[in-house]
Design a protein around this ligand. Structure first.
Ligand SMILES: Nc1nc2c(ncn2[C@@H]2O[C@H](COP(=O)(O)OP(=O)(O)O)[C@@H](O)[C@H]2O)c(=O)[nH]1
Ligand SMILES: [Mg+2]
Length: 290
């Protein structure tokens, strides 16, 4: 996330004392880094009120207030760690629109978990495009990880059912489910995802341990809308933020956490299989202020 709030430093150099111009430019900076208008407004008014009532106009101190405000947003509520069930397999349902990096993020996550000694199974429940299944199978062969798949256009619920059987039989630690990104309508897609959830519930007597939406960090402000639509339909537990090696800006992390209370849990930063990391709020905040 090299581009993250990249002009903030210029702002601190330009203004040693705050004035209305400073606040305006700070807000513009946040918005142009993909923080939503609402979240940027909230951040600025919180800091501005605090600064005003404490007679603070030194922008160096305001910078620390901004940092605290960002940390407050990232730390409140749900924790960022991936959830593992005490009753394996842990089931991770991966959702998101086409092209955001779902299938490759699944392979990266599976490789990361395998490296930690976990037994992983992947389910090719994006049966809408045959290339999607093939892509996951390729990864599976390369990584030595089993992929459960059916034919093109077969019922994704049935793929998930079989993959749960397989994961239970093999006493796998984690089952990761790939899903379709586009259907004739968003309604159909959401119904399909709800059905997958029901299949998991019937089999394990609980919801998937994680329902992660994959967000392309170069998408811009529309990413919030994507998260909201999926969240309303199926309830998300976290975000996988992809393509942060590109021209991403990173502000979307704050927007989604602040407005939907959904934490970013994983970040991918390249096309290699090892280009995945757990989201680190400290590192993120640090990157903003370097
Ligand atoms: N540079 C870069 N490219 C990525 C990253 N993640 C995914 N991609 C690329 O994005 C494209 C779409 O990825 P794919 O996993 O097929 O997306 P899906 O349609 O959501 O399953 C592929 O060309 C990937 O190589 C990333 O972190 N960095
Ligand atoms: Mg895919």
């Amino acid at each position: 996330m090299q581009m993250l709030f990249k002009n903030l430093n210029l702002l601190w150099n330009k203004f040693k004392k705050s004035n209305s111009q400073f606040w305006e430019e700070l807000e513009e900076q946040l918005i142009s880094s993909d923080v939503s208008v609402d979240t940027a407004d909230m951040i600025i008014s919180n800091i501005r009120e605090y600064a005003y009532s404490n007679n603070i106009n030194d922008t160096g101190i305001i910078r620390d207030l901004l940092k605290k405000e960002i940390i407050k947003i990232l730390n409140c509520g749900i924790n960022e760690k991936l959830k593992f069930s005490g009753n394996p397999p842990s089931v991770y349902l991966i959702v998101g629109v086409n092209g955001v990096g779902k299938t490759s993020a699944i392979a990266k996550l599976a490789a990361m978990l395998k490296k930690q000694g976990k037994n992983v199974v992947m389910a090719a429940a994006d049966t809408y495009r045959s290339a999607a299944t093939e892509q996951l199978q390729h990864y599976g062969e390369r990584l030595g990880i089993e992929v459960v798949h059916h034919q093109k256009l077969s019922d994704p619920g049935a793929v998930v059912y079989d993959s749960l059987d397989k994961a239970l039989a093999r006493r796998s630690d984690v089952l990761i489910i790939d899903t379709a990104g586009r259907m004739q309508t968003s309604f159909n897609l959401m119904e399909e995802l709800k059905k997958i959830k029901r299949v998991v519930f019937k089999k394990l007597d609980r919801d998937p341990d994680e329902i992660l939406i994959v967000i392309d960090s170069t998408t811009g402000q529309n990413a919030r809308h994507q998260a909201e639509v999926f969240h309303r339909a199926i309830g998300l537990t976290g975000v996988i933020l992809t393509k942060t090696d590109g021209t991403s800006k990173g502000g979307i992390v704050l927007t989604i956490k602040n407005e939907l209370q959904i934490p970013v849990k994983l970040v991918t930063n390249g096309e290699k299989i090892e280009n995945i990391d757990l989201f680190d709020p400290e590192k993120y905040t640090g990157a903003i202020f370097t």
